[in-house]
Design a protein. Sequence first.
Length: 149
Amino acid sequence: MIVVLVVAFVCGTVYFLIAASRGVSRIVDKDYYAHGLDYEKGEARFVAGARLGWRASTAIYGDALVILVNDSTGSPVKGGVLTFIIDRDMSGGSDGSGSSPACASLAAREERPGSYRATLPRESGNELKGRVLFTKGDAALVERMVIVR
């Protein structure tokens, strides 16, 4: 009986060693150490944006989404990169059809100092939920927004 248990233990150990050496699960980040080091840098960017008092506000003109970025004094923040990340439901498309990815983004271009413009997708409907991601230098801003037409 003991011999059977020892053989089963050895076979199980060999099996799991082979399985572990063949590959890494898809949920494990192969470069986790570098990403961990970069995490602190990313958080520092958001702290810097908050320290500068950056705020975003939106307006809709037809199919155009205009996002204004200002600092704590109300002055426009020019020369940054702005992206609006659209949140979709987990089933896929905004209509539940599963035809769109879980999220999409709109790149905005700066028209005037601090004024960034993007074209809204036709399927966005009357309400658009998402996040404004604005970066400039070593500072960043993220704000959740719900835009109603």
